[in-house]
Design a protein around this ligand. Structure first.
Ligand code: 8YV
Length: 322
């Protein structure tokens, strides 16, 4: 019998990541990439030393309480950890880690893609070409919005928010932001700080959401706050669906108060997103692709493994969040 730690890997991971896991641990893989129920997770965790989950597995207080005591850590393959009840993990003595930094570039790319797609009506145009409904060209045909030189507002100027702001500057956008604490000048790079979300919103031709999903940020972008955006603003969300009140956003898109939205994350994703989004031409919808590049998914896996390695060699993992 090997004395290597046993790791439950909840989803199919990139080949290089699985190869390193197989070299250094006794992994229990999920070759069919099936989404486990809570009961299955608990059953599979029997005899396991740590779990390497994704945000698709929910570790509620109840699930955590039912995990076998042998499980020492949840080393997530994600930067967000709103799927884990961290207080319950702390109470049980479970270490929780995430994968920051390695997905900032990829997520920023998707935020910029959503901004451009929403502003220039990309999915609407693409659907038209595919459906052979493109009949003519005229000076007033499918006119969108130019984003160059406009104001780019960021809620949550963490790693992803800062990289996205840097990319937006390449379009000569003026960056405004709200963050719980003001950044040092060298990290601000000239971005204009607003002390409250309410102060920020009137300055956003594009609003890009980058804050984590917490009890405080749930429903943050609600009807009252959306009303503070300039007319014809664009809302982009690559953070978590829960930060936006869907009904309020949809109303603003239908009424024309907002020009468009670009969304990569949703309440109820993947199967139960608000069906009204599907009927709106002025939303650009993507299926949670923020970190979906080969380079980034390898990087996330290696980062999760670095955390596992630290834990099983008796060191403090670099990305401990609980
Ligand atoms: C990941 C994400 O792909 O890392 C995150 O928090 O939202 C995604 O981009 C996903 O969470 C993997 O578990």
């Amino acid at each position: 019998m090997s004395d290597k730690p046993v790791i439950l890997v909840t989803r199919k991971l990139p080949d290089l990541v699985e190869a390193r896991l197989a070299r250094d641990y006794q992994p229990i893989f999920n070759p069919d990439d099936r989404l486990y129920s809570a009961d299955e997770l608990i059953e599979l965790a029997d005899g396991v030393d740590a779990i390497l989950p994704c945000h698709t597995e929910k570790f509620s207080a109840d699930v955590i309480a039912r995990l076998p005591d042998r499980v020492r850590a949840l080393c997530n393959f994600s930067v967000g950890y709103d799927h884990v009840d961290t207080q319950a993990a702390i109470n049980k003595g479970l270490i929780v880690t995430n994968t920051p930094d390695v997905l900032s570039d990829a997520t920023a790319e998707i935020a910029i893609l959503l901004m451009l797609g929403a502003a220039r009506r990309a999915s609407e145009g693409e659907r038209m070409v595919r459906a052979q409904k493109w009949k003519d060209w005229s000076p007033t045909f499918m006119v969108g919005q130019q984003i160059s030189g406009k104001r780019f507002g960021v809620i949550g100027m963490g790693r992803v928010g800062r990289v996205t702001a840097r990319r937006a500057r390449a379009f000569d956008m003026e960056v405004h932001y709200y963050n719980r604490t003001r950044l040092d000048q060298d990290l601000e790079c000239g971005a204009l700080y607003h002390e409250t979300v309410e102060d920020l919103l009137p300055h956003c031709d594009v609003l890009s959401v980058h804050c984590p999903a917490t009890a405080e940020t749930m429903g943050l972008i609600n009807r009252e706050r959306l009303a503070l955006l300039p007319k014809n603003a664009i809302v982009v969300n690559t953070a978590r669906g829960g930060v936006i009140d869907d009904e309020a956003l949809i109303e603003a898109l239908v009424s024309g108060a907002l020009f468009a939205a670009g969304l990569d994350v949703f309440n109820g994703e993947p199967q139960n997103i608000n069906p009204r989004y599907r009927d709106l031409d002025n939303v650009f919808l993507l299926p949670h692709l923020g970190s979906a590049t080969g380079e980034t998914r390898d990087g996330m896996g290696f980062r999760a493994l670095d955390n596992l390695d630290a834990i099983f060699s008796g060191q403090e993992p670099g990305d401990r969040v609980a």
